[in-house]
Write a protein that binds this ligand. Structure first.
Ligand code: PXL
Length: 271
């Protein structure tokens, strides 16, 4: 049996809603083995993040070296990276190992608003990581934070996508779920083609874990050989189902379902 492997690089969420725990579940469900490099340990639950500590770049580098010394990492997905030094380690990984699929979820804040990055490390992410990445997947507020462009219309979405594309990334996916109105419009852009994905919002509230799941599902589908448009389309369907079946774990936000959903269209990818 050929094992397909992805490497997720991000923070630990002990409640399992977001971060590397959500990434792992998603990739396993899609038949891809997740290597996991931890960049930060957060303390959080459904109500929010109470504290976190960032791993040293030396430890992050050492984790990366351990898993990449085995053959076959077909793609990486990054989330909370924690520091400029950690971001530089990831950029080096992409170059040294010629990683084809690198999906960067530019995590800025947790669902409760807690800031998980710094301005200095965001500058490094823009300059050193996006320039060599395959896809970046910001939501509206992350796209605004990265580009300085306020987004409230589809024209703004395109302007922000163009600004992100200028940073050197191959594909930009801006997730418009947080725009006003009862539909969510996402824009996928590669500098030439604009693909709009419009779906009726299924919930009028923020659900934890969706950003991590989305980027991981895209990574998984790309590793299985889908084209970027198809990978995003399938990942959207995957996440939408998990949002429809979101669970309540505590007193805070609902969490995207951690479970397999009856009737979900996930092919049996494992040979
Ligand atoms: O959802 C973004 C995110 C990513 N990674 C970690 C997080 C969060 C949000 O809380 O805690 C570790």
């Amino acid at each position: 049996m050929e094992i397909k492997k992805a490497l997720v690089i991000g923070g630990s969420d002990p409640s399992g809603g977001a971060g590397v725990q959500a990434d792992m579940r998603t990739l396993v469900e899609l038949g891809v083995h997740p290597y996991t490099v931890i960049t930060a340990i957060t303390a959080q639950n459904s109500s929010g993040v109470s504290s976190y500590e960032i791993m040293t770049a030396r430890l992050v580098k050492s984790q990366i070296e351990s898993v990449t010394s085995e053959e076959g990492v077909a793609g990486i997905k990054t989330g909370m990276l924690g520091s400029s030094e950690n971001i530089l380690e990831v950029a080096r990984l992409i170059s040294d190992h010629r990683i084809g699929y690198s999906i960067v979820d530019p995590v800025i804040k947790a669902t409760d608003g807690k800031v998980l990055t710094s301005e200095a490390s965001t500058a490094v992410l823009k300059k050193r990581l996006l320039a060599r990445s395959f896809m970046v997947t910001p939501n509206i507020s992350e796209a605004t934070y990265l580009t300085g462009i306020e987004i409230s219309t589809e024209d703004d979405l395109l302007e922000a996508a163009k600004a992100l594309k200028e940073m050197g990334v191959a594909w930009v996916l801006i997730k418009g779920g947080h725009l006003a109105g009862d539909t969510a419009v996402d824009l996928l852009y590669d500098g030439q083609n604009e693909y709009y994905f419009e779906v009726k919002k299924v919930r009028d509230e923020n659900v934890r874990g969706t950003g991590c799941m989305m980027a991981s599902a895209i990574c998984g589908y790309l590793i299985h050989g889908l084209e970027p448009y198809e990978a995003v389309d399938k990942a959207k369907a995957y996440v939408l189902n998990k949002i429809k079946s979101a669970v309540i774990l505590g007193e805070g936000s609902r969490q995207a379902s951690p479970f397999r959903i009856e009737g979900e269209d996930i092919e049996n990818w494992v040979d």
